[in-house]
Write a protein that binds this ligand. Sequence first.
Ligand code: ATP
Length: 306
Amino acid sequence: LLQLAVPLNFIGFVYREIRQGLTDIEQMFDLLEVEAEVVDKPGAPDLVIGQGAIVFKDVHFAYDPQRPILKGVSFEVPAGKTVAVVGPSGAGKSTISRLLYRFYDIQQGSITIDGQDVRDVTQKSLRSAIGMVPQDTVLFNDTIAYNIRYGRPSATDAEITQAADVAQIGHFITDLPDGFQTKVGERGLKLSGGEKQRVAIARTVLKAPPILILDEATSALDTTTEQEIQAALDIVSKNRTTLVIAHRLSTVVDADEIIVLKGGEIAERGTHAALLDMGGLYASMWNRQREATQAEEHLRQVRESD
Ligand code: ATP
């Protein structure tokens, strides 16, 4: 039986290795497929970036023509300001960030940055002007230093350490036995969602783009992690044109404007205070989320007193 178990074990090992390889290839094809959706116009100029003012004008978009996702969405993110998009699951929030990055082309309307339509400029120049902190960061199977340096390959070690500190992950990294040389990713140290997001923030700090897109993780984070991430984001988004795709309302309270998206249309818009006064969809989402947080807090206290 032992004679059989050893080769079986080995086959299991090989299978897992192949399976892992396939996952990487699948991810690569996913990326390539997204890239292939849009092409540069012949002779397209580079984006000339100034302050990075964003304008969405009557944007209509569908992944599948049978199912419209955005139905005439108009809003502006003035240079240096922060606008947050909130709304029920499936409302089309993340789609807005993908369209600004031009992963897809819209069917009607326009999206401009400093007056230039994102379809008229090279994708390379567009994407180098935007720092994207996605919902779920995929890390390279390499060191933490490599993963952060990806934001700006010419960065020095000192700049990497500094970026990690700004992103509130510096201490976590220096406490690891191999520090910044720790291997991460599928084949290395597995980082939590919050840690991965902070690595992505450090990367963006190094890139220092004029425009920032923050697509918040949907998954619940514990309060400390959430506060650390929020502190990092506050620093990074200061004086930068920032679009926040928010799943938790606690992170949007200070936004210059909040857009409430529902079923692909803007249902409400305004500051946090104005939206609460309005007593509509935003106010009820806020109250629901506050009740949920209070219930969680209560449960924690009960557990601690046991
Ligand atoms: P959540 O809060 O749950 O993340 P969201 O508001 O960010 O939701 P989107 O991710 O923008 O929602 O998706 C809007 C709709 O578009 C959803 O119904 C989703 O199923 C659909 N959708 C998203 N990505 C694709 C895609 N690549 N192909 C087809 N449909 C898609």
